[in-house]
Design a protein around this ligand. Structure first.
Ligand code: SAM
Ligand code: SF4
Length: 323
């Protein structure tokens, strides 16, 4: 459906859990609040919300978290969402620590894409930034996903004085594996330190210095606001997602469903509609609640001017929202 600012809302990020096997410093450095399973949407409830949302024009779903694969049965959920009429694409985002266990099943059920988060190619830095992760596991996942024929993307957050120097090595994975590598500007959400953000215009300048044949790629790669660049004769592309230095709110097409059932129209505000009370009501009432949340979508995020949000700036961790 179209929101109050004329934007077509057709993409929903669905967080299936706040929990994660890693502790990324900018996301959930101290772990997550203990939330009982009774407060978390069941798979049946998630599927019902996705079905109602699809009737309102949501046609693409991203399964996220926390780490989606720490929730048992995640593959079955993906399969059920894929079977909903009107849902054209279901993709997943993961830290890649356990993807090797699921990649065959994901291919069998026809997952439409896998995004793997990878911030560094140095094992010590990897363990530092993720709190406990093993680089070789995530790299293996990248290889398996790229080799599986499933559309694969790497998501990288660059931070000043941490991994900025790895921009070329990480970007080169796009050409090595024929996949997309996206540099995402750090957003001031949760535990993230906005002072460490590396601006994507700077990243682009560096990339063009290294690969002067880099040229814009106008083709559509996915659900979102990434701007892509490619080199003639290579398969993979480099994407830039510039929430801070290239605000894309005018084209925002998404809403977010938290694992506890809040439908969030904008990442930067804590506002949204709690859908749980509507799960005991009719499908039409549930759809009305979803419609209302979409119509409350603000014109733009408030990252550069948090005062606009008043008491409603988002203070939750990114792992509680789903990225
Ligand atoms: N655990 C999965 C993963 O890491 O891909 C899915 C959830 S994670 C919250 C989704 C994405 O959000 C990751 O790519 C992560 O790097 C990104 N992220 C976390 N905090 C962020 C922030 N402050 N700004 C921008 N992206 C962030
Ligand atoms: Fe976990 Fe993903 Fe957050 Fe890292 S970014 S702590 S992997 S949810």
């Amino acid at each position: 459906m179209v929101d109050n600012y004329g934007r077509l809302i057709e993409y929903m990020r669905v967080s299936v859990t706040d929990r994660c096997d890693l502790r990324c410093r900018y996301c959930m450095p101290d772990g997550c609040e203990k939330v009982s399973m009774s407060q978390i949407l069941t798979f049946e409830e998630i599927v019902r919300i996705c079905r109602a949302a699809s009737e309102l024009g949501i046609n693409r779903i991203k399964i996220t978290g926390g780490e989606p694969f720490v929730r048992l049965g995640c593959i079955d959920l993906i399969k059920e969402i894929k079977a909903i009429d009107g849902i054209e694409e279901v993709t997943v985002t993961t830290n890649g620590q356990t993807l090797d266990r699921y990649i065959d099943e994901l291919r069998e059920i026809g997952i439409d894409g896998i995004n793997i988060s990878l911030d560094t190619l140095d094992p010590d830095r990897f363990e530092y930034i993720t709190g406990r992760g093993k680089l070789d596991k995530t790299l293996r996942s990248v290889e398996l996903a790229a080799g599986s024929g499933i559309k694969t993307k790497i998501n990288t957050l660059l931070q000043k004085d941490f991994n900025e120097d790895e921009v070329y090595d990480i970007a080169a994975l796009a050409f090595r594996y024929g996949i997309d590598v996206r540099f995402i500007e750090m957003m001031p959400v949760g535990a993230a330190d906005a002072g460490t953000v590396v601006s994507n215009p700077e990243v682009l300048q560096k990339l063009i210095e290294r690969w002067p044949d880099l040229e814009p790629d106008p083709s559509i790669h996915g659900n979102g606001p990434a701007v892509y660049y490619k080199r003639p004769g290579t398969k993979g592309c480099i994407g830039l997602i510039s929430a801070m230095h290239g605000k894309f709110c005018d084209y925002c097409n998404r809403v977010r469903l938290t694992s506890q059932g809040q439908l969030k129209p904008c990442l930067s505000f804590d506002t949204g509609t709690d859908l749980r009370p509507y799960l005991s009501r009719t499908d039409d009432e549930l759809k009305d609640a979803i419609r209302k949340a979409i119509l409350e979508k603000p014109e733009s995020h408030c990252f550069s001017n948090p005062d606009i949000a008043g008491d409603h700036a988002e203070h939750r961790l990114m792992s509680q929202i789903g990225g």
